[in-house]
Design a binder for this molecule. Structure first.
Ligand code: SAH
Ligand code: SF4
Length: 439
């Protein structure tokens, strides 16, 4: 099981689908392995995320659906973890509404997972463990990585930014960086094991190093990783625009392994809304860094997060976001309708625009973005790009890979090239997916 804390930003539509992690501690053959079906599991662990309400609702639905299974298999341990559990009202609701859930623990108790499972099994009592934020980074936890081409590397935990809509600082605690050497050693281990695409993870990677006894910055960290020899790509997210400096852009431009992709969440194109969101930058400052990056990094691919329908946002404000999207010409966007999170300042703000209206704005934005993405992809036809071949998940049995800018390319080729970089000639563009052939 991969315990990366900041997994929620890694999906195409960022739906925070907190998949059921089914783990078997002991199967009928007495082996320790994952199982594909809940029926065969001895332990079912849900990893949850509190960022948006929709994801939380799904957790309640998915856990509720296991009631009958628990009746059929009374020995199965059903457990929930993740930052949703760090909210007292949620942990209590789960504990009260689902008596068949045996173990509930928050992100701050993650390092105690083996002990908590052991106690659940041996003491035969329900356990709830949350809110013991020691603000430490627990190194040395065992890691099981998914796949062998791409992987994550967390460099920091928590967040100090307190954007007014966001629950993350409330449930994941203060920002804390992993030790420089621990990150470098893990990066070496990953590269030496043959991974080709590494994403450094943190809520605001640009402030890496703050609070560490050694004086190190994110720029120092990526420069040092970049020196590790090997054939690999280095990515990172998330960069907060307020801390994204020209120095960082220069390092990306001059590096050997850092991709030509920058995920720079803008959230809104209206200065009024940005200020209410407590984002601490203006549209103009954002555009300045974007334009500098475009000029310095050839073929730069920019992606972003956008929230539609923040409390007090008018259609005029929303139109400013549309204008900004058109000006930047993002490769893709992670888009969300504002979700009110209990305990955040935005949850107390006046929010007069009905959800149906926000949904209309949302659809309008998707249409604008689709056109931009389609135009960008169409402009790549005929070009040759270096592509990391990732899997056989392309349509009609094709292989699927990604460009340095994180654009999907599908091609017909032998599966023995999975995990390698190939020069691919782009032959067709289908909206945001490219088709190509080996050169
Ligand atoms: N630390 C990153 C991302 C954190 S959460 C950053 O600052 O950019 C990922 C995305 O979820 C955010 O960028 C934001 O667009 C979205 N999000 C967070 N809270 C939300 C809320 N209450 N309603 C809707 N979207 C939200
Ligand atoms: Fe949330 Fe803002 Fe921190 Fe990102 S930077 S995690 S949006 S508070």
């Amino acid at each position: 099981m991969d315990f990366n804390e900041d997994e929620f930003n890694d999906e195409e539509v960022n739906e925070n689908i907190d998949e059921v992690n089914e783990e078997s501690t002991e199967t009928a053959e007495n082996s320790e392995e994952f199982t594909e079906t809940a029926e065969d599991a001895d332990l079912i662990l849900f990893n949850t995320c509190a960022v948006r309400e929709h994801a939380e609702d799904r957790v309640f639905g998915n856990v509720g659906a296991l009631k009958a299974l628990k009746r059929r298999h009374p020995s199965v341990l059903i457990a929930l973890c993740g930052c949703m559990m760090e909210q007292e009202h949620v942990a209590e609701k789960i504990y009260k509404s689902f008596p068949f859930v045996g173990l509930v623990f928050g992100t701050h108790a993650l390092h105690r997972f083996p002990e908590l499972v052991y106690n659940s099994l041996t003491l035969s009592k329900r356990i709830i463990e949350r809110g013991t934020d020691d603000n430490l980074v627990h190194e040395g936890m065992p890691i099981q990585r998914d796949g062998d081409v791409k992987t994550w590397l967390p460099i920091m935990y928590g967040c100090d930014n307190f954007c007014s809509y966001c629950i993350v600082p409330h449930v994941r605690g203060r920002e804390r960086s992993r030790k420089f050497d621990s990150v470098i050693n893990e990066a070496k281990e990953i590269i030496n094991s043959g991974y080709k695409d590494i994403t450094l993870l943190g809520q605001n990677v640009n402030s890496y190093g703050k609070g560490l006894p050694e004086k190190v910055s994110f720029a120092d960290l990526i420069s040092e990783i970049d020196k590790i020899s090997g054939d690999y790509w280095l990515r990172f997210m998330t960069s907060h625009p307020k801390d994204c400096t020209k120095e960082l852009i220069d390092i990306i431009a001059d590096s050997k392994h850092i991709v030509s992709h920058l995920h720079l969440p803008v959230q809104s194109g209206s200065n009024k809304i940005l200020s209410k969101m407590n984002r601490k930058y203006t549209k103009e400052q954002y555009l300045e860094i974007v334009n500098y990056a475009k000029q310095k990094i050839p073929n730069l691919s920019l992606t972003s997060d956008i929230i539609v329908g923040f409390p007090g946002e008018t259609y005029e404000d929303f139109k400013e976001t549309l204008e900004l999207i058109k000006e930047v010409e993002y490769t893709s966007l992670f888009t969300f309708i504002f979700s009110s999170r209990k305990g955040t300042p935005a949850a107390l703000m006046d929010d007069p625009v009905p959800y149906e209206e926000k949904s209309k704005w949302f659809s309008e934005m998707l249409k604008v973005q689709e056109e931009i993405a389609a135009k960008r992809c169409a402009s790549m036809v005929g070009e040759t790009h270096r592509v990391l071949i990732e899997s056989e998940s392309g349509k009609d049995g094709e292989l699927s890979g990604r460009t340095s800018g994180n654009i999907i390319v599908e091609l017909n080729a032998n599966s023995n090239i999975i995990g390698t970089f190939q020069n691919v000639k782009i032959t067709q563009a289908r909206n945001w997916i490219l088709k190509g052939e080996l050169e």
